[in-house]
Design a protein around this ligand. Structure first.
Ligand SMILES: C[S@@+](CC[C@H](N)C(=O)[O-])C[C@H]1O[C@@H](n2cnc3c(N)ncnc32)[C@H](O)[C@@H]1O
Length: 274
C-alpha cells in the first residue's frame, strides 16, 4: 500500500525548488531547453496560440514560444523560479500557482505544455486532468519527462554511485516513482484514461554537453530536489566516493574538449477531443 502523503511531498518539493532555483539554470538550462522546439511543435503552437506553460521554472519554453509570437502565460509554484523567469523574460506574464489545481477557467487555452514538471508532482494524474480541463476542445497538450535511468546516463551514474558507495535508503517524504512516466505505455494509458485523443509518445535524444567531469554531480546535488536530498544525507566520506565514481563515468564521455552525456527524454502529447 502507498504511504505517500501528497501534502508532505509537495511541501518537500516546494522547499527544494525554492532552494534549487539559483542553481537550476546553470545546472540544467542547456539541457531542458532542448525540448522547447519539439514540445511547442507537438502542441501545435503557432503565433496565434494562447498557451499555458506549467511548471515553467525560469521560463525556457515560455520564452521560446513568445519568441515566435505565441500569447503565453508561465505558471510555477516556486516564488523564486517565478522571479527568475520574470527577470529573464520581462514581457511574459508569469504567475504563481499549483499544477495540480490550475487557477484558470475551463477551456481557456489553445495549448498547454509542461517540460519536466510531471515527475516532481505529488499527484501527477491530477495535473494531467487539470491540463485537460483548462484546454479548449481541439486544444493540444504536450509534456516531457526523463527516460528511464538505463538510458539517461547522468541519473544512472549518480543512482549507481549512491547504491555502491552510500546509502540509497535515506528518510525522505515519499513521492510517486520518479521514472513512472518514462514508460511510454504508462504515459499513453494515463493520457487516454484522462480523455485525450491522438496520443503520441516519442523519445527525444538530448545530449548534455558539460565543461567538466564534475558537472553531473554538481548539477544533481544543487539544481534538483529528490536526488539532491539523497546526496545531502550521505556521510562526507560516502559523498566523496560518490562524486569520484560519477566523475569517472563522465570522464568516459569526453569528446571534442567537452563531456557529452546522453539524457533522452520522453515527449507525450494528446488532443482534448472536439
Ligand atoms: C525540473 S524544473 C522544470 C523547469 C522548466 N519547465 C524547464 O524547462 O527546465 C521543475 C519545475 O516544476 C515546478 N513545480 C514542481 N511542482 C509544482 C507544482 N505542483 N505546481 C507548479 N510548479 C511546480 C518547480 O518549481 C520547477 O520550477
Amino acid at each position: 500500500m502507498s504511504s505517500i502523503d501528497p501534502t508532505l511531498f509537495q511541501d518537500f518539493e516546494h522547499a527544494g525548488w525554492e532552494r534549487a532555483s539559483e542553481h537550476y539554470c546553470d545546472a540544467f538550462g542547456d539541457l531542458t531547453i532542448q525540448c522547447a522546439g519539439p514540445l511547442l511543435h507537438a502542441a501545435n503552437v503557432s503565433a496565434a496560440t494562447h498557451l499555458l506553460d506549467v511548471a515553467t521554472g525560469p521560463g525556457f519554453v515560455a520564452g521560446a514560444a513568445a519568441a515566435f509570437g505565441a500569447d503565453v502565460i508561465g505558471l510555477d509554484f516556486s516564488q523564486a523560479m517565478i522571479a527568475e523567469a520574470r527577470r529573464r523574460h520581462p514581457s511574459i506574464a508569469f504567475q504563481e500557482g499549483d499544477a495540480e489545481a490550475l487557477p484558470f477557467d475551463a477551456s481557456s487555452f489553445d495549448a498547454v505544455v509542461m517540460n519536466f514538471g510531471l515527475l516532481h508532482l505529488a499527484r501527477p494524474d491530477a495535473a494531467i486532468a487539470e491540463a485537460h480541463r483548462v484546454l479548449r476542445r481541439g486544444g493540444r497538450y504536450a509534456l516531457t519527462v526523463w527516460a528511464a535511468p538505463e538510458q539517461t546516463l547522468g541519473f544512472r551514474l549518480v543512482l549507481r554511485a549512491v547504491q555502491e558507495h552510500g546509502n540509497p535508503n535515506v528518510a525522505l517524504p515519499e513521492g510517486p516513482p520518479f521514472f513512472r512516466f518514462s514508460d511510454p505505455e504508462e504515459f499513453r494509458t494515463v493520457l487516454i484514461r484522462t480523455g485525450f485523443s491522438d496520443v503520441d509518445i516519442k523519445t527525444l535524444q538530448l545530449s548534455w554537453r558539460l565543461p567538466s567531469p564534475d558537472a553531473v554531480f554538481d548539477a544533481l546535488s544543487r539544481g534538483g530536489v529528490r536526488t539532491a536530498a539523497v546526496l545531502r544525507a550521505q556521510t562526507p566520506a560516502a559523498l566523496e566516493a560518490i562524486r569520484a565514481a560519477v566523475r569517472l563515468g563522465v570522464e568516459a564521455c569526453a569528446h571534442d574538449g567537452a563531456f557529452i552525456v546522453p539524457m533522452p527524454a520522453v515527449l507525450a502529447s494528446g488532443t482534448r477531443p472536439v
